[in-house]
Write a protein that binds this ligand. Sequence first.
Ligand code: UGA
Length: 384
Amino acid sequence: MLRAGEIPIVEDGLSELVKNGLASGNLEFVLGAAHAAKDCEFAFLCVPTPEGEDGQADLRYVEQAAKELAPVMPHESVVINKSTVPVGSTRVVERVMKRPDVRVVSNPEFLREGSAVHDFLHPDRVVVGADDQTAALRVAALYENINAPVVVTDASSAETIKYAANAFLATKISFVNAIAAICEGVGADVRDVMRGIGYDRRIGNEFLRPGPGWGGSCFPKDTLALLKIAERADYRFDLLQGVVEVNLQQFDRMASRISQAAGEGGTVAVWGLTFKALTDDLRDSPSLEIIDRLIAKGHSIRAYDPTVAKSLRGYPAVVVCDSEIAACEKSDVLAILTEWENFRWVDPSDVIHHVASRHVVDTRNLLDRSAWRTAGFTYQGVGR
Ligand code: UGA
C-alpha cells in the first residue's frame, strides 16, 4: 500500500507528502530495518513503545530495530531515537548495538495526530540529546531548514523533556476538567473562565478545552510511564497520580450524566468514537471509556463516527450507524463525545422526529445550545 502511495490512516496532508516523495524518488519503502539503513549516515528509530507490564514502556521493538541495524550501519553514522522511551534508553540502544563507532542520539517528537505533518514542518522547538555533543549538532543540522529553536542537551534530559511535556499537557486538561466541575457547582461558565486565565501569557490559551477526559495513544501511556520512572527515581509523584485520577473521575462523571439523562436501560445515541477529531484512531478513546461505563449500567448504544464505518471490534453490542440521524433512531439521549465539526451543523429539527426522548449531553461543548433548546431538547454541556 505504501509503495502505491496509499496511506492506511487518516492524517491531514500525509498522503500528498508521501506521493510527492515517491514521485521525486526521495522516498522509498523497503522491508526490514537493515535494508533501509544500509549505507545511510542517519537512521531514525520511530517504532512504537506500547504500555508493558505495570505501566512501564515496552522496549521490545526498539531493541529489535537496534539489533537489525547493528551489523549494517556505516562507521561514524548516527542512530536517532524518535520513539518515546524511558530515560536511559539511549544507552539501551548503545548496549544492544555494541557499535561504539556509531552514535546514538535522542530526538523526541511532539507531533499531534491529525496535524502531524504541520507540526513536523512548523514545530515549536526541536529537541536533540546526546552525550556526544558533536553527534547532537550533526542531528540538529538536519533541521536547519526548519524555523524553530533547537534545544541541544544530553540524552537523559531529552528523554525527560518528552514525558514532562505530555504529562504537563495532560495536567492542564485535568485541571480544566476539575475547574469545569466547580463551575457547574457555582454557576460559572468554564469557557469564559478559561478565556479569562488563558490571556495570561504565563498560562497560555491552548489546551484549556474541557471534555470527556483525555485519551489517545500517548497521554494515558506516557503518564503511567512517567509515574513508573518517578517510582524508580524514588519520588512519589502524587501530583501526576492526581491528574490521572481526575481523568478517570471525568469519564465517570460524563457517563453518569449521560446515563441519568437516558433513564434506566435507555438507548444512548453516541456521536464520535475516535479519541479526538481529525483522526481515525480509537486507541484509549475517552468515547470508548464512556461507552464501557454505559454498557455496564445496562444501556444500549447506537454510534456514529465519520471515520468508523464497520462494527467496533470488542463491542458487539454497539450498533455502528452510517449517519448522525441514524444513530439517533429511538434514542433516549444524544451524547456528543468527539468534537467532529460536522456535528455542529446538524439541524436539531432534523433529529427531533427520530429520537424517543429529547435530551443532549455535549461533553465537548460543541453544539449551539440555544438552537437545541429552542428545538425542544434539554441540553447539558460541561462546566456551563
Ligand atoms: C499528544 C501531544 O499533544 C503531542 O505533542 C505528542 O507528540 C503526542 O501526544 C505524542 O506523544 O505522540 P495526541 O495524542 O495526538 O498528541 O493528542 P492531543 O491533541 O494532545 O489530545 C490528547 C487528548 O486530550 C485527546 O483526547 C483530546 O481530545 C484531549 N484534549 C486536548 C482535551 O480534552 N482538551 C484540550 O484542550 C486538548
